[in-house]
Each structure stands twice: as structure tokens, then as C-alpha cells.
Design a protein around this ligand. Structure first.
Ligand SMILES: Cc1cc2nc3c(=O)[nH]c(=O)nc-3n(C[C@H](O)[C@H](O)[C@H](O)COP(=O)(O)OP(=O)(O)OC[C@H]3O[C@@H](n4cnc5c(N)ncnc54)[C@H](O)[C@@H]3O)c2cc1C
Length: 344
């Protein structure tokens, strides 16, 4: 039996946000910080206990001060984009969750090569907004991204994609804000792309949970993408077809984080193995393996994170027993299982 500890690490279990940390955040962010905010509102799975603090800095200077100050005070922090690849556990997140506000949304043309048009896209921009922009402007290359929810920053970090391609095919560089306030532009040759994961120089990724260890954590603030000139009419009709196919294959109206498990190497896709193991429709509480797609765990309404993790554990064990294949979560699993309160 695989334990929850194996599915995720309670990395920040010993941390408590102190009253003077809360005062510092209020002084720095004013109305742009809230405390003890349920993360179920910020994840597409609709589960997750409270974040100690939820900060939405509205300019770069404030974001710099926030990550630098948090590091000086040893407060853990985590950037959340669309929350569409994130499972937050029921005890919530100790420390600060950072959302990129309006200042981090936007698309601008860059570069001068008409044959290879480039766009600089801020990390908080929705991936769907970028897709629409490229279609309207006759820029080809993002067909694989149609229908993938979430932000551009999260999509870069996840190297989001499908069998038709992934972010690494169109990304040429990223800008990263490091603690201390330095913004570094990192070219593609220095980025390490893996299956549904980009690793930046110096990053260590926690096995299985996918969380980035706290040392040298950075915020992706924008990415530069390169496209091919295309025909807007053709791109529009391709987009309609791709979205229709996605609607037929995936339970898009239900709360989920997309594919829960990575596809194993040299084996059938995870969804096929789960289907063959007879697990479609299986439930723990309100968490259910989608009848439409075996690799989607859906929240039927009242699931908690523990239900989803228990169901994931059952799936892993059954697939391992039937096919000898160890599935690994694709979703990033963060937070604590239980939140002990402490008076300081
Ligand atoms: C219905 C559905 C369908 C999906 N289909 C697909 C698919 O076909 N292909 C696919 O690849 N994915 C798919 N997904 C998963 C998800 O949409 C993608 O992984 C998406 O790119 C995640 O973006 P996000 O902004 O929601 O990231 P989040 O879930 O918010 O975060 C994911 C990770 O990125 C980190 N992060 C986010 N923003 C930043 C930043 N600016 N700087 C540093 N780190 C950051 C977070 O800390 C976290 O570790 C699907 C999800 C759903 C719900």
C-alpha cells in the first residue's frame, strides 16, 4: 500500500505565520493580501484547505519585495497560476500563496524577423487568451494548447502540451524573478524540459509531489514565444475541430486537474491502463474516476483532497498489481494533510 507521505511531502509542516509576519504583509500589500483563504477557490479540482496568506502584488517592485522579504523572514511561498494542475491538501498551505495580478497579464510583439514572429507574454496571461491572440493574428504553432486551461506561467513550468506538441516547441526564453530581486532572462538552451515539467538552473524538484524545493525558488514573470506565419481562417477552423475532439474525449464540464497521472514510458497511456483495470467510475467519497476518461479524477461536488489522494492510491495499487506499472502523479501536490492551529 502506498502511503500519502509517498504521494507528497509535508515540507512546511513546522511553519506558522507569526503576527509580525502578518503585519509586514499588510504594510507591504495593503488590500492585496488576505489571510486564511480556502484554496478550493483557486484550484480547478475545487479542493484545498486555507493558505495562511494570499498575496496579489500589482507591480514588479512589490513582487520583488514580497519574495525577498519572505525569504529573509524564512516564510515559504508558492506561486499559483490558474490552479489547474494543482492538488492542495486539506490542511492548506503554510506561508504565502502568490497570485500574479493584472500587472502580469499582457501580450506584446517582439523581435524583427517577419518570417519568425515572436511574442513576449506575461506569466499571468491565460493560455486561452494567448491561443485566441495567435489565431486572430494568423500565427501558427499553438494548436496543441487549445483547450488547456491555466496561465502562461503555469504552462511554461508544466511544459504543458498534448501528443501534438508542447510549450518547449514554441518557447525561446523565460524571465525569472529570483529572491533578492534580480530578474534573469534564461534562453532556451539553458532550460531543461522534461515530460510535463520545466526545470530551471538550480532547481530541485521533490520526487512524486513535483513541488520545487525552497532553495533558489523563482517566479516566472514572462516568456518569449516564436510562431510561424499562418492563415487566420484555417487556424480558426482547426481550433474548432481540436476543441470539439477534446470535448468528446474529456469531462470538461467537471471539476478536475486534467490528467492526474503521467503517461508511463513504453506502456499504454495511463488512462488506458486505468480503464483496462476496470477502475472507471470508482469512487472515494465524491472523488471519482471519470467514466469518460480514465486518467481524469473528478470532484463530483463535495470531495476533499484526502478523497482524491485515497482514490489515486487505489488506482496506483491496482495498476501496479495488474500491469506491473508504477503510475506517477502529473498534478503538483502541495500543502499539509492536517492544519494544527497554534497560538503565539
Ligand atoms: C480540464 C483540464 C484539461 C487539461 N488538459 C491538459 C493538457 O491537455 N495538457 C497539459 O499539459 N495539461 C493539461 N491540464 C493541466 C493544466 O491545465 C496545465 O498543466 C496548465 O499549464 C497549468 O497551468 P496553471 O496556471 O493552472 O498552473 P498551476 O496549476 O497554478 O501551477 C502548476 C505549477 O506551476 C507553478 N507555477 C504557476 N505559475 C508559475 C509562475 N509564474 N512561476 C513559477 N511557477 C509557477 C505552480 O507553483 C505549480 O507548481 C488540464 C487541466 C484541466 C483542468
Amino acid at each position: 500500500m502506498i502511503s500519502h507521505a509517498a504521494l507528497s511531502n509535508d515540507l512546511t509542516a513546522a511553519f506558522f505565520l507569526r503576527p509580525d509576519d502578518r503585519s509586514w504583509l499588510k504594510d507591504l500589500l495593503g488590500g492585496q493580501v488576505q489571510f486564511d483563504v480556502p484554496m478550493e477557490r483557486y484550484t480547478t479540482l475545487g479542493v484545498g484547505g486555507p493558505a495562511d496568506a494570499l498575496a496579489t502584488p500589482t507591480d514588479t517592485r512589490t513582487l520583488e519585495k514580497l519574495v525577498s522579504g519572505a525569504d529573509q523572514r524564512s516564510i515559504p511561498w508558492l506561486v499559483v497560476g490558474g490552479g489547474s494542475n494543482l492538488l492542495v491538501k486539506d490542511g492548506g498551505i503554510r506561508g504565502i500563496v502568490i497570485l500574479l495580478g493584472a500587472h502580469y497579464k499582457g501580450i506584446a510583439e517582439t523581435g524583427s524577423d517577419a518570417a519568425r514572429p515572436k511574442l513576449r507574454v506575461k506569466a499571468g496571461t491565460r493560455l486561452s487568451t494567448l491561443c485566441r491572440y495567435t489565431i486572430d493574428h494568423g500565427l501558427a504553432g499553438l494548436g496543441f494548447a487549445l483547450g488547456i486551461p491555466g496561465s502562461v506561467g503555469g504552462s511554461i513550468l508544466m511544459n504543458a502540451g498534448t501528443a501534438g506538441g508542447s510549450i518547449q516547441d514554441v518557447l525561446t526564453s523565460v524571465s525569472v524573478l529570483w529572491p533578492g530581486g534580480r530578474i534573469e532572462r534564461i534562453e532556451k538552451k539553458d532550460l531543461v524540459f522534461g515530460y510535463r515539467r520545466l526545470t530551471l538552473p538550480g532547481w530541485e524538484v521533490t520526487p512524486r509531489s513535483g513541488e520545487i524545493n525552497d532553495n533558489r525558488k523563482g517566479v516566472i514573470v514572462d516568456g518569449v514565444f516564436v510562431f510561424e506565419p499562418g492563415d487566420a481562417g484555417q487556424l480558426k477552423s482547426d481550433a474548432r475541430r481540436i476543441k470539439k475532439e477534446r470535448r468528446q474525449r474529456q469531462p470538461l464540464g467537471k471539476a478536475s486537474a486534467g490528467c492526474f497521472f503521467k503517461n508511463p514510458v513504453d506502456h499504454p497511456p495511463a488512462g488506458r491502463l486505468i480503464d483496462l483495470a476496470g477502475l472507471k467510475g470508482n469512487r472515494v467519497g465524491d472523488a471519482q474516476v471519470s467514466m469518460q476518461h480514465g486518467n481524469f479524477i473528478i470532484n463530483r461536488g463535495k470531495a476533499c483532497a484526502a478523497d482524491i489522494l485515497n482514490l489515486a492510491e487505489i488506482i496506483e495499487n491496482q495498476v501496479l498489481a495488474r500491469f506491473g506499472v508504477q503510475l506517477e502523479p502529473e498534478v503538483i501536490i502541495v500543502g499539509e494533510s492536517n492544519h494544527a492551529t497554534k497560538s503565539i
